[in-house]
Design a protein around this ligand. Structure first.
Ligand code: PLP
Length: 459
């Protein structure tokens, strides 16, 4: 056991963290005097500060979360007012005003008949809940055999066993098998790696082929992100979602739009499906619903999906003690006030061209193979050879991303994601208040560090 003084020094924090804190998805054994744990202790606007006072541009919005930017005291004030009024009550058989108001506000913003909001504590819980809802929806309609769900290769949908079954990343899945049964995977829209003459709707048609292969009478839902995060911001080709919607309708399969990242302005709209003009049956969301000032997620179901659970003695036998917590709901309301007042969605639509142009200007670097994405959600794919699009093997990728880029980008004051769950990519998703000075800063750091990576690691 260690004792903690009132305000631990930087060195003490390092020691305590190494001894007691279990960081997520982190190689805890990799931290030592040469490689200290990054401790972020303060934040403001688009910037965060470590415990030594060094400033970093938060080019990832703290994992796609803090869309409204850091350090807004009005969110804390909303939380403080809420504690005075009602600290906590659960949504199990009771309601409270903030959850009711927030559900109504989300329903008003969500497109079409997405009118019923089931709160969760985060994204994995939202996906888990949506998958259970899809199965249960078919069962109460007398189609209980419809239990399978179709997701895409390399997609990340969370870590709970159901959400993990939907996740299409082998290294994350195989350590925890057996997973929830019934998950099937189909190709994603990694257009950069498609042959030039490939039918753009090939990946949509692959969903139908899989439904038919499995037997439509066994398939409950298709779960897809508007822009797929893992693999590096895969955007859909024109007509993709229109076709997916048609396929789902034809086979009585629900379309779940996993918008844990893509909602709340990330793509310039409240919901990612609005950008690509499709109507899901269920939306899952979390992260920026509160701009992450408090943990909260939600499943937003269409009236049609919710309807069987709203009659007589029917109920959706599922829930979480803390979901829809009054503090989180009050903060989400304050967050949506900021979105409206500052027109953050409009800001993204107005500035995404400039952001993208800045990233496209890096295409002259030998390591930059592709730049892709939508809104303030963009990726750069790194290659060994631009002409052939040759990628890095596992060992090279490890050396490039974890051996060099992650550390160098951070040392140069930029937090972004260097990731190889598909081919190696750098991902950028700054707060929606980012503007020309932040774009220029991102450009300068990327140009230097990607240039050095080529000279020192690849060439
Ligand atoms: N779904 C998607 C698309 C995500 O990107 C994530 C997390 O990044 C999740 C689900 C899981 O969310 P959480 O980490 O809040 O459980």
């Amino acid at each position: 056991m260690s004792t903690v003084s009132q305000a631990p020094s930087g060195t003490e924090l390092q020691e305590l963290a190494k001894r007691h804190l279990w960081m997520h998805f982190s190689r805890m054994g990799g931290y030592d005097a040469e490689h200290p744990i990054p401790v972020i202790s303060r934040a403001e606007g688009c910037y965060v500060y470590d415990d030594a006072g060094n400033r970093y541009l938060d080019g990832l919005s703290a994992l796609f979360c803090v869309n409204a930017g850091h350090g807004r005291s009005e969110y804390g004030e909303a939380a403080a007012r809420q504690v005075e009024e009602l600290d906590f009550y659960t949504l199990w058989s009771y309601a409270h005003p903030r959850a009711i108001e927030l559900a109504a506000r989300i329903a008003a913003l969500a497109p079409g008949e997405l009118n019923r909001v089931f709160f969760t504590d985060g994204g994995s819980e939202a996906v888990e809940s949506a998958l259970k809802l899809a199965r249960n929806y078919h069962r109460v309609r007398g189609k209980g055999q419809k239990h399978k769900f179709i997701a895409r290769e390399v997609a990340y949908h969370g870590t709970t066993l159901g959400a993990l079954a939907a996740t299409g990343i082998t290294e994350l899945r195989n350590q925890f098998e057996p997973l929830v049964s019934g998950a099937c995977h189909v190709p994603n829209t990694n257009i950069y790696r498609w042959p030039e003459d490939r039918d753009p709707l090939w990946a949509a048609d692959a969903i139908e082929e899989r439904i038919v292969f499995e037997g439509a009478e066994t398939v409950a839902a298709v779960i897809i992100e508007p822009v797929q995060n893992a693999g590096g911001c895969f955007v859909p080709p024109d007509g993709y979602f229109e076709r997916v919607r048609e396929i789902c309708d034809e086979h009585d399969v629900l379309l779940i739009s996993d918008e844990v990242i893509c909602a709340w302005g990330r793509l310039g709209h409240y919901f990612g499906c609005e950008r690509f003009e499709y109507q899901p049956d269920i939306v899952t969301t979390a992260k920026a619903l509160t701009s992450a000032y408090a943990p909260m997620g939600a499943v937003i179901a269409s009236d049609t999906v919710a309807e069987p659970f709203m009659q007589g003695d029917a109920s959706f036998a599922h829930g979480f003690t803390f979901a829809g917590h009054p503090l989180a709901a009050a903060i989400a309301m304050a967050n949506l006030d900021v979105f409206e007042r500052e027109d953050l969605c409009g800001q993204v639509l107005a500035k995404e061209g400039e952001f993208r142009q800045m990233l496209d200007s890096l295409r002259d670097l030998p390591i930059v193979g592709d730049v892709r994405g939508a809104g303030f959600f963009q990726a750069i794919e790194l290659v060994k050879d631009k002409e052939t699009k040759a990628t890095f093997n596992d060992e090279e990728s490890e050396r490039l991303l974890r051996g060099f880029l992650s550390g160098e980008l951070y040392r140069n004051g930029l937090i972004c994601r260097a990731d190889d769950r598909g081919d190696p990519v750098i991902q950028l998703a700054p707060p929606l208040i980012a503007d020309t000075p932040q774009f220029e800063e991102i450009h300068d750091v990327l140009r230097k560090v990607l240039g050095d990576a080529w000279d020192q690691v690849v060439a």
